[in-house]
Design a protein around this ligand. Structure first.
Ligand code: G
Ligand code: G
Ligand code: MN
Ligand code: NA
Length: 249
């Protein structure tokens, strides 16, 4: 309940913060960009994770407004980086019920960020309710020049039909898959197959949750294009991300 009260006032009290986690090119280790991850300040110097508060914010109907803040803040930050790196933003299903295309257009216009640098990450739960309206909006977003990413692949239904039907540019394979890698040989086979399938569909494929050198070298050999995980870098505040950029490459 205190969480509900905090959430209701979090935008006015400026209690939200974005942290940025790097994505690196598998082959060259070059820094490609960052994923923006939302954090709620707990008032005692710590943070509450979105896994805890996003479901409640959804229930309270707050995610469209929070999501608009996230888009504006992420685009403004990326526009100030000294290199043309990409910025990925996670969207929640409710944002597709409001005028998402206008919100994205205005975040780009206000920040001056080129649309080609913005990636929008969505999960398949989105398609269950209103697939046609979601598809229409994704096509309109792509027409702006932004890229659309399927997140958390390998959890839930992981339906191939979503990959056929919707205009994705990139597929992120969930970290739980790479965490199971050590458990059995067949996991590795499946992860290689997903990478090959992505290539056949012209999708870039990202390995998430890379924590060990073993996972990293597996992902590289299996043909993953991009790596994300604690081995490359943890989510970090805006100032630290700027330092990271200045010392990377
Ligand atoms: O950072 P953490 O591991 O706690 O993130 C938990 C979940 O919250 C992840 O699935 C991530 O995609 C999601 N998430 C992070 N930032 C945002 C955001 O700005 N909006 C939405 N809708 N989800 C987010
Ligand atoms: O669902 P999504 O992929 O957007 O979730 C991103 C979340 O995953 C981030 O909040 C981040 O903290 C977490 N994460 C990123 N890399 C790693 C990793 O290597 N290990 C673990 N355990 N979590 C990670
Ligand atoms: Mn994500
Ligand atoms: Na994920």
């Amino acid at each position: 309940n205190t969480l509900r009260v905090m959430l209701r006032h979090a935008l006015e009290t400026e209690a939200f913060e974005l942290h940025y986690q790097p994505l690196h090119e598998a082959e060259t280790n070059a820094l490609l960009g960052f994923e923006a991850l939302l954090r709620l300040q707990d008032g005692e110097g710590g943070y509450i994770s979105p896994g805890k508060f996003i479901p409640i914010a959804e229930e309270m109907g707050l995610t469209p407004r929070i999501g608009q803040w996230v888009l504006n803040e992420a685009c403004r930050t990326a526009a100030n980086w000294p290199q043309k790196l990409s910025i990925a933003v996670n969207l929640s299903p409710q944002q597709f019920r409001e005028d998402l295309v206008t919100v994205v257009e205005s975040a780009l216009a206000l920040s001056g960020l080129a649309a080609e640098r913005l990636e929008l990450e969505i999960t398949e739960s989105l398609f269950i309710a209103e697939p046609q309206s979601v598809a229409d909006q994704l096509h309109r977003l792509k027409a702006l020049g932004v890229r659309v990413v399927m997140d958390d692949f390998g959890t839930g239904y992981s339906s191939l039909s979503y990959l056929w039907k919707f205009p994705f540019d990139k597929l992120k394979v969930d970290r739980s898959c790479f965490m199971s890698l050590a458990e059995s040989e067949s996991v590795g086979e499946v992860l290689r197959t997903i990478s090959a399938m992505s290539g056949a569909m012209n999708l870039r494929v990202v390995a998430e949750g890379i924590e060990t050198e073993m996972q990293r070298s597996f992902a590289c050999q299996a043909g993953y294009d991009e790596l994300q995980g604690f081995l490359c870098g943890r989510p970090m505040p805006r100032e630290a991300a700027m330092q990271y950029i200045l010392t990377a490459n």
